[in-house]
Design a binder for this molecule. Structure first.
Ligand SMILES: [Zn+2]
Ligand SMILES: [Zn+2]
Length: 362
């Protein structure tokens, strides 16, 4: 009989539960099986829970004729339990960081470092198209190119943030936003990714980082990690405030880190000519694009899914102490309490939660 494990499983809209599942096995020679030590919950997982991704069941139905639920999660660290015969760089017992992006490394898109869109059934698949990391064990495809050896000096809560939140903020927010020394920056939304934008933006020495949110607790944390100006959009007009804070000029770079119309709107009305608007938020609905005002401004507007091509660099920066990410790990739970962890993360503002770390114990 196959061994079983506990896992957090998505069954359908508003239906997630802890279930006993079979421990995953090696399916491809490039796979590894990881025994999880820490995982976390992403805004994307909440979106799946709320029913934003019906394609999860649809694709399974189409491919296998049935949907048996999907183990959630695309973030975390663990210990290599087993490796496929083609895995060269990892062995049983290695402590690793699991990237949210699985990449073959050889397809047309991987050769362009567009790993998010790996054409060999890679990209963002864990906790989405295949079972994910919110379980005692996970199968990670393309282990050699998708895992990172966890440095012993790295804080393990910070290591968990290297799976997704930190590279997403850095690549899709800060790098796409082309932040340069002296720039003025507005970051709209101070959740875990927005907060990681505040931190990684400082690697490029902007002169001003304006952070907009409706939650005074999140704004206070933004200030602690380096924001120069705070705007509470619950009780002030964010567009007018940002223009006032920049002598009426607007910012060089606006980062949208929420994924709803009001925050998109702030961004598109505060970028100055020649500037960048980097959308990071995951949008569930269309937004209005004020092209009649924007066409003349020589803007660059970017979107994207993380490629995780800067994960290694960010890992070294975290080890050096230049990214105090540990402040973001506000709550800790045992894996047996993962349902509670979901509820706390769902009500993040009331709970003063940023990232909830879920620990599997020794
Ligand atoms: Zn995520
Ligand atoms: Zn590929």
């Amino acid at each position: 009989m196959a061994q079983t494990m506990k896992a957090m499983v998505y069954r359908g809209e508003n239906d997630i539960r802890v279930e006993d599942r079979e421990v995953p096995r090696i399916l491809e020679p490039t796979d590894a099986i990881i025994r999880m030590t820490k995982t976390t919950i992403c805004g994307t997982d909440l979106g799946i829970w709320k029913g934003k991704n019906p394609e999860i069941a649809e694709v399974a139905q189409r491919k296998m004729g049935r949907f048996d639920g999907r183990i959630l999660g695309h973030e975390g660290i663990g210990i290599v339990e087993e490796t496929g015969p083609a895995v060269k760089h990892f062995k049983k017992g290695d402590k690793v960081i699991i990237s949210c992006i699985s990449r073959c490394g050889t397809c047309e898109n991987c050769q362009k470092q567009l790993y998010a869109h790996c054409r060999n059934n890679g990209g963002w698949i864990m906790g989405y198209m295949i079972d994910g990391t919110q379980a005692e064990f996970v199968r990670t495809p393309f282990a050699d190119t998708s895992l990172y050896l966890l440095p012993s000096e790295l804080n393990e809560d910070v290591a968990v943030l290297l799976s997704d939140a930190l590279p997403t903020a850095h690549e899709i927010g800060v790098q796409n936003g082309n932040i340069k020394p002296g720039d003025t920056v507005a970051i709209i939304g101070a959740g875990p990714v927005g907060m990681s934008c505040v931190l990684t933006a400082q690697l490029y020495s902007p002169s001003q980082i304006i952070v907009v949110d409706m939650d005074p607790h999140r704004l206070a944390m933004a200030k602690e990690v380096g924001a120069t100006d705070l705007v509470n959009s619950a009780n002030e007009d964010a567009i007018a405030r940002i223009l006032a804070l920049t002598n009426g000029r607007g910012v060089d770079c606006a980062i949208e880190a929420v994924g709803v119309e009001p925050t998109w709107n702030i961004c598109q009305h505060v970028v100055k000519e020649g500037g960048h608007l980097a959308n990071v938020g995951v949008h569930g609905k269309p937004v209005t694009f004020a092209l009649e005002k924007l066409w003349i401004k020589n803007l660059t507007i970017t979107t994207g899914l993380v490629n995780a091509n800067t994960t290694g660099m960010l890992m070294k920066t975290c080890c050096s102490g230049h990214l105090p990410m540990d402040k973001l790990a506000t709550h800790h739970f045992r894996f047996s309490e993962i349902e509670k962890a979901y509820n706390v993360f769902k009500h993040a503002a009331d709970e003063k939660a940023m990232k909830v770390i879920v620990d599997f114990g020794a």
